[in-house]
Each structure stands twice: as structure tokens, then as C-alpha cells.
Design a protein around this ligand. Sequence first.
Ligand code: AMP
Length: 287
Amino acid sequence: MLRIAMPNKGRLSEDARELFTDAGLEIRAAGPRALTASLGGEFTALFVRAQDIPEFVADGAADAGVTGLDLVQESGRTLHELADLQFGRCRLAVAIREDSGITSVDDIPDGTRIATVFPRITERWFSARGRRVEIVPVSGAAEIAPHIGIADIIVDLVSTGSTLRVNGLREIATVLESSTRLVVAPGARTDAGRARALDELVAALGSVLAARGKRYVMANVPRARLDDVKRVVPGLNGPTVIDIMNGGAFVAVHAVVAAATIYRTIADLKALGAEGILVTRIERLMA
Ligand code: AMP
């Protein structure tokens, strides 16, 4: 059995459940408050606080963990990253009051008080820049600190930036770019059975992540424009070109293309005389 520690609540929890379900590791819990659940096959989920996951994985209570890079780094535990799961993206940023004259980290005087939920990362980051600051650890809502005299500056997670704006704060530097990672303890792969199960897990999650950024496009295109069509839809190894059984001037072209630029691809295909353009999502992609 491979025990995977997953966030039990909050924004990471839902995205983790969706990714695992899409990868065929459906969560079969006895109830919404169950602390463990079968994921099918040899995988079991343990639902714990995202902050505790680095500790549990390092101590061997779980074989793998799904949690933010910010929390892994703050834990101070040495863990190996098997995959970037690409959700829970945020940055740990240095922010100050909007009316402050400070514009960069170089302007921060020694002795400045910095409120943060991430004292370890913050301390390390400022020391690496030769700044002697005073860390004020808080357990949440750091944004209030500069307004009530607890600290001059904060180091906090930022996603859209709206929380900082609403609280009259301005970002001046990025300490860490974070997202959710799949992590294991350094010795996790010494057991051959566990190493194989971890490889299967990484492949299953990776195939879903790869597919999310892609679309499968099908179109009937003029045979005479095939060379131009191949430039528009290069596909993974070149597009699949299929004869249409009317012996005519059109062939069918199928290709995997980037989801982010699908509108451009469709417009380009239309400009080349394509007809019957069809775009579908891909469930898994093993390139
Ligand atoms: P935003 O207003 O979108 O910049 O979000 C900032 C607020 O959400 C702060 O209170 C952060 O602590 C929290 N936050 C944003 N992204 C994450 C994340 N990936 N994990 C945990 N907390 C986050």
C-alpha cells in the first residue's frame, strides 16, 4: 500500500481531488469527514492539514505528499519533488504600506519588523541579502500587521493581488514562486515495489496534466494546402493525414495542439480553406 497525504480542506484540497479523479485514482471515502480513503489499486489517501504534510512525509507516516512548495520549504525538511502538479499557484511576496516611501528591498532599514506566516523562509531570504530584520511570526492575516503597528512589512502569499490591494499594501519583491508538488522522503525509492508504485502515480498524474494543456483538433483541409496545414498543426510527430473516401480535393487532418492558442489555430485552418473543424479535450496524454 502506498499512503498519499493530501490536503483535507482549503483551496488545494479540491484541485487535488479533481486531479486524482481525472487520473483514475477516484477517492472512495466512507463519508465527507473520513480521514482516509481508498484511491483504488494500491493507493490510499490520508487527509491532513496541508501544513503538516511535509512533516508526515519526512517522518514516514505517509509515502508521498501533495502540498505547496511554500509549505515544504517552510517545514525545513528535506523532501524530493516527483512532480509539479501545477495548481495552487501563488507567490510569497514582500509587501509594504502603499504610502511607504520604500520601493525596493535595498531601502529596508536594519531592524525592520516583518510579519509573516513563513518565518523560516523569510529569515533565510533576508539573511541571504545581508539584511538584519526582525521576524514577527503570525498564524494568519498578516496583511493587517502594518496598519496596527505590529510590523512595518509583511511577507505573504499572493495569488491575484486583490487581498493586498484591499488592505492598502504594495508588493516590492518576490521571495518564492510556489505551486502544489508531489513530494517523497529521500529514501522513498529504495524499496522496488514502492518505487514502481510511485512511478505509476507520477505517470498517471503527469498524463492528465499534459492533456490539460492540449486539444485534439480534426479538420477537413484542401489536399493542395497540406504543406501549409502542417505548419499550422504540427502535432506531436506531425499531423495524421487521412484520405476521405470521396477521392476528392479534401483530406482529414488530426493533430494534438496547444490549448492556449487554439483560437489562432482554428483561424489559421479556416484561412487555409479547412471545413468541418472539430476540437475536443484530451483525457490523458502520454507523449
Ligand atoms: P489574492 O487576494 O488572490 O492575492 O490571495 C491572497 C490570499 O489568499 C492571501 O490571504 C493568501 O494567504 C491566500 N492564498 C493565495 N494563494 C494561496 C495558495 N496557493 N495557498 C494558500 N493560500 C493562498
